[in-house]
Design a protein around this ligand. Structure first.
Ligand SMILES: *Cc1c(COP(=O)(O)O)cnc(C)c1O
Length: 386
């Protein structure tokens, strides 16, 4: 195995960032195609940036965030945090005590690791479910979590969503929704209601997922709960700083559902193109994905044997996509614990107008190269830990 633990994942990420820097220096930003669906955008005017240097800025941007944030997520009050993971940690620190329990319902495994990790920190037990028949809320539960859309963009059924919220509220237990991408994917593509409209007490979304904002977490919900979460966020330095808040405000203002809606039909076309040669691709709401298992099955079909682990195969292909084709996917640049699925999101700015045949050629060529390199563990290691 090449990538064995979180430290290896950090090193792999550093390799990917090094490659990105080389591409920028040699060929320029236009040679990179970020298809992660995470934009990390930072929209700000000179005037706004100047305001950041005074005490006036935070007052203005935080106030504005209350308005645009409530428009985006609903709820009584909004709180900006450093990342979605920070919002999840702050919520669990605020609402869950040692010996308590947290029950989590989601459409498909895996859940985001920040949820079980945060439970572990406070000493709470934790359970996660994808089957509503098995979903339980034990008596010592102090928080129910629902994931609106998973890391792999599997979206929860809206009726199940409501049912879990009802089950929690029957026991007077608050519900936190991890709507990192869901706040937009569920609403724009699946026409579902906002989490707060469905009765969620707290919701957190990622301001760089499927919108032109910076990596950050935006929370909304019941004022009393947001206040409690805010105290913990401030105590542990999990809150967003003014520059982040400025870019969040502008990210939300510049978000439109159009890119997501356009990607739905392009996805069908792209899926058909890929399907002529490959069996490993599945559709996502706004693109296509190859899971660890599907990649392994495709290799089996081709009678290709490799000593690489299933995850290492994903990492290797992602690094080839990046180094030789400039295509940025999450397995290359993701944080430790991020999904190893190779997802290609067609709603992102870099490929929104790209000819799908051109994109197909890049993917196809990168896969041929991956097949060759997968036969050489040492060379694979050199690329993954570049
Ligand atoms: C991305 C994501 C997170 C974490 O977001 P960060 O910005 O990395 O903290 C949490 N939950 C889900 C479902 C996600 O997709």
């Amino acid at each position: 195995m090449i990538v064995n633990n979180s430290l290896d994942e950090v090193k792999k990420r550093e390799s990917a960032l090094k490659i990105i820097k080389e591409i920028i220096n040699d060929k320029g930003r236009d040679s990179l195609y970020d298809v992660t669906g995470l934009s990390g955008g930072f929209i700000a005017s000179d005037e706004e940036l100047n305001l950041l240097e005074t005490y006036v800025g935070p007052a203005i941007f935080e106030d504005e965030l209350q308005i645009v944030g409530k428009g985006h997520l609903g709820g009584e009050k909004v709180l900006a945090v450093n990342r979605t993971s920070s919002g999840i940690l702050a919520s669990i620190l605020a609402l869950v005590k040692e010996g308590d329990h947290v029950s989590h319902f989601l459409a498909e495994f895996p859940a985001h690791p920040s949820i079980p990790r945060s439970c572990k920190i406070v000493g709470a037990s934790y359970d996660e479910f994808i089957d509503i028949e098995k979903f339980t809320i034990p008596d010592n539960t102090s928080l129910v979590v629902v994931t609106g859309s998973t890391m792999d963009h599997k979206v929860i059924d809206e009726d199940l969503f409501k049912k879990v919220i009802d089950m929690a509220h029957e026991k007077d237990i608050p519900v936190l929704v991890d709507d990192a991408s869901g706040a937009r994917l569920r609403t724009a593509v699946f026409k579902q209601k906002k989490a707060t409209e469905l009765g969620a007490d707290l919701v957190v979304t990622s301001t760089d997922k499927l919108m032109p904002g910076p990596r950050g977490g935006l929370m909304a919900g019941r004022e009393d709960l947001i206040n409690e979460v805010k105290i913990k966020a401030n105590q542990f330095g999990l809150e967003a700083q003014p520059p982040l808040i400025l870019a969040m405000v502008n990210g939300i203002k510049n978000y439109t559902e159009d890119n997501l809606v356009n990607a739905i039909s392009r996805k069908e076309e792209f899926f058909d193109l890929l399907g002529k040669k490959y069996e490993m691709f599945e559709k996502t709401p706004t693109g296509v994905v190859v899971s660890e298992d599907s990649l392994r099955n495709q290799l089996d079909k081709l009678n290709i044997e490799t000593e690489l682990s299933q995850k290492d195969c994903c990492f290797l292909w992602a690094m080839i996509l990046l180094k030789d084709f400039g295509i940025i996917t999450i397995p290359a640049v993701g944080m430790p614990g991020a999904s190893a699925s190779i997802r290609i999101d067609l709603s992102t700015q870099d490929v929104i107008d790209m000819d799908l045949n051109v994109l197909y050629e890049k993917i196809d060529d990168s896969f041929e190269k991956f097949l060759k390199l997968s036969q050489d563990v040492e060379e694979s290691r050199e690329l993954i830990l570049y």
